[in-house]
Write a protein that binds this ligand. Structure first.
Ligand code: BTN
Length: 238
């Protein structure tokens, strides 16, 4: 793992992709204090005030089948939740597949991108550390470590804990190339577990109870209508 830092950048995901295309090695961590064009999922922007969050992207060139790459998002989610739990004592959980939440509010976003030009995977992570106020639009949905604990925290230490946790989890993940070795830890803090979820499959939405994940990181949902257990690959659950 090799850490690269810029005070300001457009987006650490874009920066890492650029480096990947210029031959940067596997294991680079691209960290910044401020993004002028931070990106979220589904084309949304990800804007945070300078110096209030931990934002970084990890560049990997794993020898994995494309269908296994999305699991890296789960590995990162687990690592962020573990890092926050260990560092702050907050009860951070995972909302499958991408979000880390505390008291029902999102505290971290993860954007994993595949670059077919450089054959790399870029896992971008933004953790809300020291924001104390949120826009009206976000107030109900988002939180930060500071907002939950009533004091500010070291961003360096937060980043360090999360990255250390990722390094260990990635080692376990790479052993099998799937979630076999991490499933138990992941499920322990999966907030959807045992809860009613709505699977927003565009063709055939349904509701059911989330049971956990399988070795491939898919969500297992027991349908309310016929009791069958379905595996949900991606898309949204609410
Ligand atoms: C989401 O929509 O929940 C994902 C947000 C991901 C934000 C992080 S911040 C670091 C990295 N660089 C980006 O441009 N986005 C990700």
């Amino acid at each position: 793992w090799e850490i690269h830092y810029l005070e300001t950048v457009d987006s650490t995901n874009s920066w890492a992709r650029q480096e990947a295309r210029q031959g940067a090695r596997d294991g680079g961590i691209y960290l910044t204090d401020y993004q002028s064009a931070g990106r979220g999922r589904r084309g949304r922007s990800w804007e945070v005030p300078a110096g209030t969050s931990v934002m970084f992207s990890i560049l990997l060139r794993p020898d994995l089948a494309p269908e296994n790459l999305s699991m890296l998002t789960l590995v990162m989610g687990l690592s962020v939740a573990e890092g926050i739990r260990a560092g702050t004592g907050l009860d951070a959980g995972i909302k499958w597949p991408n979000d880390v939440v505390v008291n029902g509010k999102k505290i971290c976003g993860i954007l994993t991108e595949l670059d077919t030009v450089s054959h790399s995977v870029i896992i971008g992570t933004g953790i809300n550390v020291n924001m104390t106020s949120f826009s009206e639009e976000l107030r109900e949905k988002a939180t930060s470590i500071a907002a939950e604990t009533g004091r500010s925290w070291s961003r360096e230490q937060t980043a360090g804990r999360v990255i250390a946790s990722f390094a260990e989890n990635y080692r376990v993940f790479a052993g099998t190339g799937d979630m076999t070795g991490l499933k138990e830890a992941y499920q322990k803090i999966l907030v959807n577990r045992g809860k009613q979820v709505r699977v927003l499959d565009p063709r055939a939405p349904f509701t059911g109870t989330a049971l956990g994940i399988d070795d491939r990181g898919e969500l297992l949902v027991k349908r309310a209508d016929n009791g069958r257990v379905e595996t949900v690959f991606s898309g949204e659950v609410s």
